[in-house]
Design a protein around this ligand. Structure first.
Ligand code: FAD
Length: 451
């Protein structure tokens, strides 16, 4: 009898323990289910739909090369899988473990027909606990505890061939899912920057070692290609975290980078323990924070989303996000802090915008980082720490980055690029600052005092 291999955010054939286990038991029916129902408001966003289309196309071709196929279904994952089990007489469903609350809901509904495997993380996240048995809330302690589970297992090679069932069940047509944008088609910048799929993910992973020597400092410089840009490949599981980890074996300078990879394990541990972390403040006292929500605040939110705040580093980041589906980490921190502190707008508004615009949108990484910057999270309590966007821009030498993403400022020299308004050489077509830094800072601190 056949067995089902259920793909989710693990669209790969190498280092795929669920595939190995399934192939061991019988002919394999690989399936991907587009589930816009179980996740509710957290259904996959616009930018990721573009990515998903291409990644599934690539996975289907790779499966074909191995004598197999990719079956596509749409609907509630648990129900679709139950139907598929009935239609095919499959004995079991194999899948890799994920921690998003909607996936856990679907898993629970499948009961003992489902067999879960580790493979998306450096370690079995449920094992990494404090002395009193609770999941970690502070990253540095998590990292320390993770040490006894390292190094991660060596990645497994892809099987050479995958046995096909005697009969294939029906499959949806990917094009009919309409995952690609049409009117307007905003994906031009995406095509330029990204090639989804396992083979490119693996090529990129092989280049990771070369980045290590400079990573420690270059990763903070938005104008440089100092980071790996592996995040969307990692989110969709086109390459595993442990494959990337082992690419840095023998590099003495890999510690900082490995700590970043481990951040992903940490955030997934947070959403395992606190499933509604994307919707709720980690610390209850912030429920009383007087977020702005009037008409002016709505206009400010729009200016932030469209990159028209008059703060060049913020605007460059927001436009990079819109045009390419990705934003540099340092700039994610600056833009997020600006929304939450300078504009006093609820972090969840920014989190939602990122969710829709990022090709790497990841429930754990996005919510934990937003709450970390906002200071509302379980890991840090620092709403009152306010980033100064203009000095951040200067410190991390963002001039070329700004000139690239904000064409109105393309001709502004280094002396004025971080704050053309203040320097008196703001081009006419570039907006004035929507709020002064000092005024914004005082407003945020006053709000924090009311808690
Ligand atoms: P590299 O520096 O090359 O790091 C390698 C990998 O480590 C990344 O691909 C990522 O998987 C992981 N990583 C690095 N930094 C972090 C971090 N701070 N938290 C968790 N994992 C990390 N990352 C996402 O993958 N998805 C998100 O939705 C997301 N939202 C964010 C929202 C905010 C407000 C902030 C401040 C950060 C967010 N990040 C998110 C984290 C980080 O910005 C990205 O992972 C990183 O910029 C991806 O680029 P890279 O692959 O070149 O990173």
């Amino acid at each position: 009898d056949p067995v089902i291999l259920w793909f989710r955010q693990d669209l790969r054939l190498h280092d795929q323990p669920a595939l190995i286990a399934a192939a061991h038991e019988g002919p394999v029916i690989p399936v991907y289910i587009l589930d816009d129902e179980t996740p509710g408001d957290w259904r996959i966003g616009g930018a990721q739909r573009w990515w998903l289309h291409h990644s599934l196309t690539s996975l289907a071709a790779d499966l074909k090369d191995k004598g197999s196929r990719l079956i596509l279904r749409r609907g509630r994952a648990a129900e679709e899988l139950a139907k598929l089990v009935e239609q095919t007489g499959a004995t079991r469903v194999h899948a890799l473990r994920h921690y998003e609350p909607w996936w856990r809901e679907a898993e629970a509904a499948l009961g003992d027909r489902l067999c879960l495997h580790d493979g998306n993380h450096l370690a079995h996240i449920e094992d990494i606990r404090t002395g009193s048995g609770t999941p970690f809330r502070i990253y540095s302690s998590f990292w320390k505890a993770l040490q006894s589970f390292l190094p991660p297992e060596e990645p497994m090679p892809a099987p050479r061939k995958i046995d096909a069932p005697a009969h294939w069940p029906a499959s949806d047509d990917l094009n009919k899912w309409r995952l690609l944008p049409t009117k307007p088609d905003w994906s031009g910048g995406f095509d330029e920057d990204w090639t989804p799929g396992e083979s490119v993910a693996l090529e990129r992973a092989k280049e990771v070692g070369e980045k290590m020597a400079a990573y420690d400092t270059a990763r903070n410089m938005p104008a440089e290609e100092g980071t790996t840009r592996l995040s969307p490949h990692l989110h969709f599981g086109e390459v595993s975290a442990r494959t990337i980890w082992h690419q840095t074996d023998g590099h003495r300078d890999a510690v900082t980078f490995r700590q970043e990879i481990a951040w992903r394990d940490f955030t997934h541990g947070v959403i395992m323990a606190l499933p509604d972390y994307g919707d709720r403040n980690g610390r209850e006292k912030y429920d009383r924070l007087p977020w702005r929500n009037d008409q002016q605040a709505r206009a400010d939110l729009k200016a932030w989303q469209e990159g028209r705040t008059g703060y060049p580093i913020v605007d460059a980041g927001m436009r990079q996000l819109w045009q390419s589906g990705w934003m540099h980490n340092r700039v994610r921190m600056i833009t997020a802090s600006f929304l939450v502190k300078h504009l006093l707008i609820d972090w969840r508004e920014g989190e939602r915008w990122f969710w829709d615009c990022l090709v790497d949108a990841d429930y754990g990484n996005n919510s934990v980082n937003w709450q970390w910057v906002a200071g509302t999270g379980v890991d840090a309590n620092m709403f009152g720490r306010i980033m100064a966007p203009l000095s951040q821009s200067e410190k991390f030498d963002a001039g070329d980055y700004i000139r690239r993403w904000v064409p109105e400022l393309a001709k502004v020299g280094n002396a004025a690029i971080h704050d053309p308004d203040d320097a008196g050489c703001r081009p006419r077509d570039y907006p004035a600052k929507i709020i002064g830094h000092r005024e914004a800072r005082e407003r945020a601190l006053a709000a924090a005092r009311k808690l």
